[in-house]
Write a protein that binds this ligand. Structure first.
Ligand SMILES: Cc1cc2nc3c(=O)[nH]c(=O)nc-3n(C[C@H](O)[C@H](O)[C@H](O)COP(=O)(O)OP(=O)(O)OC[C@H]3O[C@@H](n4cnc5c(N)ncnc54)[C@H](O)[C@@H]3O)c2cc1C
Length: 378
């Protein structure tokens, strides 16, 4: 046997999984098809400090781009509300550096990482890679959304995210713009990374993201674009089986990104950690039941919340611009205060339910959403 475990994909899920396996003195190799860990970056980097604590990573100076004070949500009519983000301790990571930081943690524990090496095929006793055959006991698929796309195209939306310099960027405020005509089923976002610099993105069902983002930026004002990325995001929630024999699927490859926002640093990263611990247990005990503990633990932590997120998504997808505008008209300062103080960045469906459940002029919305809204509220 060349390795106990080979992990395909050297990003947050794969590297955290490797860190855990190596910590228990098992021989683990991470193969990453790109030339460099963390590059090309395809992430907004927004995460909460409590989530980072759970992932066991204290951001270093190079890793932490920014701290967020508030988030403004804008309706199609232009009406907006602003939430205080400070109680939820939201930060913006530099994913190029963050991924290198966790690669270093994995390496210090004893893992081996190879870049420019890609998984071609899973064989009966290991993997075939661009560098040849490797024998191992367990294979981990951490290849991100690329692993899912060919299985189910209906769960992905196309996104574009540009890095932009502009003097209209508020350094401490995230913006989310809802508009079902421009970004059906999703939104446009502005994530400030430092003074006069932000990651600006759009995603939506059936849109041409390159055209839509240009339109968004034109409306915002004078700017320079210094980087462009186009990437699919997965919004259909977890796949059915994380564990099939000795092949373990983790992170975005297992559909572990939030169905509402496609954020996955925390839920996909924790998928990697939980899988790593179960794999180590399996390697120590030889008991296959240890492997399936991973799915149980991930589902115990995120299952209910992801079900609610899927429900929230299906409700939001059915609202038109008029209904969204009417919801915004009904939001009171009391609701905003409650969400700011009690809401959670990582488990946010209670806040979504509060907004959708506002009384008064949204009777029409409640008529459209009916029973599903009641399920979300309960
Ligand atoms: C535009 C955009 C913005 C986002 N913003 C946020 C955000 O603000 N906050 C947040 O929490 N999440 C965000 N996400 C989601 C977040 O980036 C992912 O959830 C997270 O990176 C998932 O990590 P992962 O390790 O599962 O997969 P990935 O990060 O996708 O990594 C998969 C890795 O596998 C490698 N790979 C693929 N195929 C092979 C192969 N055959 N062999 C070897 N290696 C292979 C890839 O090169 C890649 O490095 C965003 C995503 C997008 C697209």
């Amino acid at each position: 046997m060349d390795y106990d475990v080979v992990i395909a994909g050297g990003s947050v899920a794969g590297l955290l999984c490797a860190r855990e396996i190596a910590a228990k003195n098992h021989k683990v190799l991470v193969i990453e098809e790109d030339y460099e860990i963390g590059t090309p970056e395809h992430c907004g980097g927004v995460v909460s400090i409590p989530a980072m604590d759970d992932l066991g990573v204290i951001p270093m100076r190079a890793t932490l781009d920014n701290k967020i004070r508030s988030a403004t949500i804008v309706a199609p009519s232009g009406k907006s509300f602003t939430l205080d983000a400070r109680p939820q301790q939201v930060i913006v990571l530099d994913r190029r550096e963050f991924d290198k930081q966790i690669a270093h943690q994995a390496q210090v524990n004893g893992a081996e990482i190879r870049v420019k090496s890609s998984l071609r095929e899973i064989t009966k006793d290991g993997v075939r890679t661009s560098d040849g055959e490797i024998k191992c006991k367990v294979v981990v698929d951490a290849r991100g959304v690329s692993s899912l796309i060919h299985k189910d195209r209906t769960g992905t939306l196309q996104s574009a995210q540009y890095e932009v310099f502009a003097d209209w960027i508020d350094k401490e405020r995230i913006e989310v713009h809802l508009d079902q005509e421009k970004y059906p089923g999703f939104f446009a976002w502005v994530i400030p990374t430092r003074r006069d610099e932000a990651k600006i993105g759009v995603a939506g069902r059936g849109i041409n993201p390159a055209l839509v983002i240009e339109e968004f930026l034109k409306k915002k004002g004078k700017h320079s674009t210094i980087r462009k990325i186009f990437a699919p995001i997965w919004i259909k929630g977890p796949i059915k089986e994380f564990v099939t024999g000795n092949v373990i699927t983790i992170g975005d490859a297992a559909g572990q990104a939030k169905p509402t926002t496609a954020g996955g640093i925390y839920s996909s990263g924790l998928g990697g950690i939980l899988a790593g611990r179960s794999i180590s247990k399996f390697l120590d005990s030889g008991k296959e039941s240890s492997l399936s503990e991973y799915q149980k633990k991930w589902t115990g932590k995120f299952g209910k919340e992801f079900e609610h997120m899927l429900l929230a998504r299906s409700l939001l997808e059915r609202l038109d611009n008029k209904s969204i505008d009417s919801i915004f008209d009904s939001i009171t300062p009391k609701i905003l205060d409650e969400i700011s103080k009690e809401g959670s960045f990582d488990f946010h469906t209670t806040s979504v339910a509060k907004i959708l459940g506002v009384r008064g002029s949204v009777k029409a919305v409640q008529a459209i959403l009916g029973n599903e809204l009641r399920r979300l509220l309960n």
